[in-house]
Design a protein around this ligand. Structure first.
Ligand code: MG
Length: 164
């Protein structure tokens, strides 16, 4: 039995903030605004995990009105969502994702980002795909006003356990 989940996220870019992507800090003049560490990729992966089992979304599990999550490292959102998935007898098979960011180019960071996402999902690195695109200088990403991420995740029912 398989389930598929999709997640997407966007954060405004601004000065004076760190740019966290997939659990690493990327050197940049502009960072991502947000209540937590504003890690778009971890947020998209969290939503994909929750979505695969129709468990709601990141906003219902980690409300931005809750001081517990102020400045929170977003890999903990992924770990929490993964726990909910495992409790229900499912485990991730693979994840595919894309980050949209005009600058800086992410290619030099992709392997480390893949490692961090793989660690959070307890997956081998070759089951984690992270792609990067620019915004071709159009729209909010292309104008360097925003960073966006999208993720798709496949879950498989484990042989034992689970009530879904
Ligand atoms: Mg977010």
């Amino acid at each position: 039995m398989f389930r598929i989940g999709f997640g997407t996220d966007v954060h405004r870019l601004t000065g004076g903030r760190k740019l966290m992507i997939g659990g690493i800090t990327v050197e940049s003049d502009l960072g991502a605004e947000g209540h937590s560490d504003a890690d778009v990729l971890m947020h998209a992966v969290t939503d994909a995990l929750l979505g695969a089992l129709a468990l709601g979304d990141i906003g219902t599990h980690f409300p931005n009105t809750d001081d517990r999550w102020r400045g929170a490292g977003s890999s903990q959102f992924v770990r929490h969502a993964l726990g909910l998935v495992l409790e229900r007898g499912y485990e991730p098979v693979n994840v595919d994702s894309t980050i949209d960011l005009e600058t800086p180019r992410l290619r030099p960071h992709i392997d480390l980002i893949r490692q961090r996402v793989a660690e959070a999902l307890q997956l081998p690195v070759d089951s984690v795909s992270v792609k990067a695109k620019t915004g071709e200088k159009v729209d909010s990403v292309g104008d360097s006003k925003a960073i966006r991420a999208q993720a798709v995740i496949l879950l498989m029912r484990k042989t034992a356990g689970g009530d879904l």
